[in-house]
Write a protein that binds this ligand. Sequence first.
Ligand SMILES: [Zn+2]
Length: 299
Amino acid sequence: MIVRAGGAGGQVGRVAFGRFAAAVVLVVAIFTGAVFSRRVGAIQLISVADEIAIGKQAQAEVRKETPGLKDAAVQAYISRIGRRLAAQARGARYPYSFSIANYREINAFALPGGPVWVNRGAIEAAKNESQLAGVLAHEIAHISQRHSARQLSNAMVANLGLSLLGALLGNSGGAGAANIAARYVASGAFLEFSRDDEREADRVGAAIMARAGWDAHGMIELMQTIREQQRRDPSSVEVFFSNHPSPGDRIGGLDRVVAKRRTGTRDSAAFQTARGRLKKMPAARSQVESRKSQVEGRR
Ligand SMILES: [Zn+2]
């Protein structure tokens, strides 16, 4: 959108028009954002390519701050399960990757555009392979349904507004916006999805599991395990409860979408071998304690 005019006056006019155009875009974005967020849940301002770029940068940040599990065999096993599930995800072909955090708490999360993290505590809590597949499938569904991208779009319109939109529209272009967005994502501001997104991730995740050949009841069983764990060792599920709906609600939702009849793989020798390896390792760190010390270290 360039207004062609001669001389210095033309320059001023061009800048002013640029600002005017940006303001118009912002107003339109806010307006449509408000309209769409009530109707279909959101406006989508982020392209798949942007999303992948943001996720890559966020992944680099998260890697720096997260103790990875250093066990090639368990890592290879998790990647294999993850890839088999991701192959059944619909929508854009994201470069899915699967990393293990050496934390004791039951938790997992997804970054935009492909990276999935699962805590060692979640692998240890799963009693069979289908329960583990349920954790990964839920996170893959957050990515395939583009929940982060939508959340980021909403945040751009609602909170970050001009600075991020300015970066998108300005000379810095996509790279500048990706930087800002990646820092925002890595800060953890993002790890919380709406209840609707969580329900959708369960529903879509269960379908992915079934298509990939696992018994989708594994997802329900894991919820039951988490509920038991809450009674036995509340601190191990603290993080999970802070960013997910209660297992009771999720079991209710899943009961409606998972077919009554059990089909598909429930367990494998490879899962039990991987779990056995974890049991022999030194105890995992606490995510909650690590976070506290990180915050204190920054003070
Ligand atoms: Zn979730």
